[in-house]
Design a protein around this ligand. Structure first.
Ligand code: 5GP
Length: 113
């Protein structure tokens, strides 16, 4: 996998506002917030996109999801939030390192654009 901006955030080559970190995951605020709170949760393992996940990633994917309520609570999102994974071109993915968006702090609408 080619290096992405997110692998450079993991290695601290470029700065980010990191709000959570453990052995497997790191979370930081999105540089172009689409909501009052917009946090990206990524695995440290460089998986390009959801399509590339295999059975061997099952525990890691579960871990990322389990981290989210903790991160959301820490961010004060007590009234709910949205979790989004953009996958591939039609999904609107722009950075090819798997990431989960946490969006909150305002009422979300459906369907998303
Ligand atoms: P995607 O469109 O791939 O689902 O989401 C990529 C997200 O990464 C976008 O929301 C974009 O604003 C964010 N992003 C891109 N480059 C950077 C960066 O250098 N730093 C941070 N914190 N976020 C970034």
């Amino acid at each position: 996998m080619t290096e992405t901006i997110f692998s450079k955030i993991i290695s601290r080559e470029i700065p980010a506002t990191i709000v959570y970190e453990d052995d497997l995951a790191i979370a930081f605020t999105d540089i172009n917030s689409q909501a009052p709170t917009h946090i990206l949760v990524i695995p440290k393992k460089p998986i390009p996109k959801l399509d590339d996940c295999t059975e061997s990633d099952q525990a890691l994917l579960g871990h990322l999801l389990v981290c989210i309520p903790k991160i959301a609570q820490q961010a004060g999102l007590s009234d709910g939030y949205r979790v989004v994974i953009n996958n591939g071109n039609d999904g609107g993915q722009t950075v090819y390192h798997l990431h989960l968006h946490i969006l909150g702090g305002r009422q979300m609408i459906w369907p998303p654009g």
